[in-house]
Design a protein around this ligand. Structure first.
Ligand code: NAD
Length: 315
């Protein structure tokens, strides 16, 4: 099978993993990496037995598909350059900082016939994939993503950095247009929002509460979906999936009759590898990615509404 020629632009914390996956996949050739830090590009090129480029315009002339893993503020500029060159693009999340930028990327990808996938990695999380099997009709979703402080990613606020993962997952579960958003948020350590809660109410009646923090004392990542006949919970931190079935009637004392079982958490899964394999599969057979540019744009639209409501409340 012909190998797809790939490159990675931005090889910091996450771009390093993209480069390693392309290095290791059987059907890709990692042609090179670029980073504005020449020392970092050299380090990752050495690790991945590839070429460090000092100008990404040179790298994009030599590849068919590229991962863009720069800070979010550069996604639009680098993405437009890659799409203009006719490359298929795996864009890290959030797709861009503004909706106008996202629209331009989506439109250019469409016009050029290029694949545009957005890095909402949690869609490939083995716990989420296992949970999907038990989903029926969600009524209420509760999601928490609490991280200890880390200076990385702080070029955008906590909603665009962390909450957007859960907004994307919740959108994909609710499968309905959004009707109403209510928010709360505060800036505590940085000058932008560090902790936020949003209530999302969808047109089909499903509602969700989602909290994200980057100033937590302990990491916590969990989602619970209440649905007809029971609930399903995924605790990514403890690696536990609990499926609860509830009888339609209450017991003689008025309590719900429930039976819970812990499902095995699929430890083997490598979400970044699954995500990039999916991207390369789409590049090969020209199919629409599971998280397309349009899906990334829709998650961004909700996230930006959350950001704006919080700003208005804070005055
Ligand atoms: P990082 O700061 O560790 O790495 C960014 C790298 O990009 C640095 O090495 C920097 O030197 C380089 N860089 C800066 N400007 C550049 C430019 N114009 N061109 C090329 N390289 C440039 O950040 P990170 O944590 O790796 O995050 C990068 C992106 O990945 C962000 O958009 C972030 O939101 C996203 N991210 C996604 C996930 C996920 O779960 N999907 C997780 C972490 C980060």
């Amino acid at each position: 099978m012909k190998k797809i020629k790939t490159g990675v632009i931005g090889v910091g914390y996450l771009g390093n993993f993209h480069a390693q996956k392309y290095r290791d996949m059987d059907d890709t050739e990692l042609v090179g990496v670029f980073d504005t830090s020449a020392a970092r590009a050299q380090e990752i090129a050495d690790l991945c037995h590839t070429t460090p480029f000092t100008d990404y315009h040179e790298l994009i002339k030599q590849v068919e598909a590229v991962s863009i893993v720069t800070p979010t503020t550069f996604h639009h500029q680098v993405g437009m350059d890659c799409l203009r060159a006719g490359l298929d693009v795996m864009m890290e999340k959030p797709i861009t900082v503004t909706l106008q930028e996202a629209d331009e990327l989506v439109a250019l990808a469409e016009q050029k016939g290029c694949i545009l996938q957005v890095g909402h990695l949690e869609r490939f999380n083995p716990g989420i994939l296992a949970m999907e099997h038990y989903l029926k009709s969600p009524i209420y979703i509760q999601s928490d993503r609490l991280n200890r402080y880390n200076p990385r990613g702080n070029d955008v606020d906590v909603v665009l950095d962390l909450m957007i993962h859960d907004i994307d997952i919740i959108r994909s579960i609710a499968k309905s247009p959004l009707k109403t958003i209510n928010t709360l948020g505060a800036s505590v350590v940085t000058s932008s929002t560090d902790v936020a809660t949003a209530q999302l109410i969808f047109e089909n009646g499903c509602s969700a509460t989602v909290t994200a923090s980057r100033i937590a004392k302990q990491d916590l990542r969990q989602i619970t979906i209440h649905q007809e006949g029971g609930s399903i919970s995924v605790d990514y931190t403890k690696k536990d999936i609990t499926f609860t079935e509830r009888q339609p009637d209450l017991d003689a004392r008025g309590y719900p009759i429930e039976e819970s079982m812990h499902l095995p958490f699929p430890h083997q899964g490598d979400a970044i590898l699954a995500e990039l394999r999916h991207f390369i599969g789409c590049v090969r057979d020209r199919s629409k990615p599971k998280v397309s540019g349009e899906e990334g744009r829709q998650a961004l639209a909700i996230a930006l509404e959350v950001v704006q409501q919080i700003r208005r409340q804070r005055g």
